[in-house]
Design a protein. Sequence first.
Length: 559
Amino acid sequence: MDWITQLFATESVARTVILLGVAGALGAALGKIKLYGISLGVAGVLFAGLLLGHFKLTFNHEVLDFVREFGLILFVYTLGLQIGPGFFASLRARGMILNLFAAGIVFLGVIVASTWIILGRTDAAVGVGLLSGATTNTPSLAAASQALKQLGAGDDAAVVQGLGYAIAYPFGIIGIIITMIAVRTVFRIDVQKEVAAAEAANRPSTPPPTTRNFEVRNPNLVGRTLGSVPGLADSGVVVSRISRDGVVRIAKPETPLQLGYILHAVGPAEGLDTLRVVIGTEAGVDLKALPGSVTNRRLIVTKPAMFGRPLAELTTFAQHQVVVTRVTRQGLEFTPVPGFRLQFGDILMVVGEEPQIVAVAAVVGNSPKALDTPQPLTFFLGIVLGVIVGFIPLFIPGLPAAVKLGLAGGPLVVAIIMSRLTTTGPLIWHVPHTANHMIREIGISLFLAAVGIKSGEKFVSVLLGAEGVRWLIYGALITIVPLLVIGFVARAWKKLNYAELCGLLAGSMTDPPALAFAQQTTGSDAPAVAYATVYPLVMLLRVFTGQLVVFLLYKAAAG
């Protein structure tokens, strides 16, 4: 039985992994327990970790530190891949107001924390630890710790800073959830109605293409080719079928027009209205419903040779006498313009005869299995790039040291960019949805388990002491005051959608468990879009303000 002793009585890697596994499993079970319809969700892993840490179980500190940081990287990177396209869309629409509210939460928290320090209620090391924990922002803790070292602070400052962080962190998560519930209760919000409105608002303003059938009545078009019809090239409309003498054929740019020809057109309503005036009148028949050899199929672009190539330059479709009428990319359906470039995962609506469509399918790939195939090369490459970006120093005038996005901000920014690109040459940045979700849940669970285990040993003793209770109150106020103020102002003044507001609150505190709670509560990914919209700016502000508090107040407090 020596192997059991070695496994459980030493600070081995195996023992640490077992602790993490127990914390993850116990936390997942705890997170499923509902009280008055509310559950902790993934945040249950943190409290399971605190419970295990309280029993002073030995573990390998280096392994736990690595697991904490790597779990965080996995979470933010997969999160960025998931909501990257929505991030850019929302940034153009409502990103400014969301980021202004998020910045307000950041600076209100700094004001509350600085007040305790200036009034002498706590020193700067504890204050900045409380600020980092109350806002659940580990990178700001690390940045502030480096700032303390630069100012000559000793080990004691690092210890109390860490304790302040541990004391404030749990309520940092709970405080956001309390605020979400408070806003929902006070304003009597219908969550499902708000979610439907948020998802509708996040959809592109451009409506999907529609179809119409036109009869050529304009005598000026007789003898002209279809490709030379005035305004057709700029209308966003594609003509896919043409009927002459009752026979439906593929419409080609070189097809000459005659009176009485019926054209089947696909495109935006505005473009179709314009084209109807030019061609003649709307026909009383639907060419798609007429019998014939012309059919349509959806083909998926999965062959690397097609990535990045302009649709207009491809001779494949003309050679095989097919027409691409619509393209679906990342949930958005539209008619392709001449300069449109193909990307991995694009879904093409191809019209033509079956043998020609089959030939085109072989050219573009059309392999649904490819969408579910993991791409480990680009996944790890993205993480590497994210870590590098996170450590690029950003020099800001007036500060003695550069600020950095860190291990959380860097991978998130890179993932958002890569999700927008989809492909870079032969490299595919796509991660299957199920794989993304699994990695994301594992990442956040590892992070919370490690934080809980490390904080649990001293958490109870400090919490039950007079000083610990005072720290807890200070941290709770740093958490709750900015959230309640901005949450109520955003809802009452700007009528901010509840799903967006939940994402804003979670993102302003860079709090993945709160985001997970918001998504579980709303049953939607709408909070994740708002979360990602404010996250990059908030991360930069958190890192910056954490160091700023130390640089401006540590010496004054110490002296």
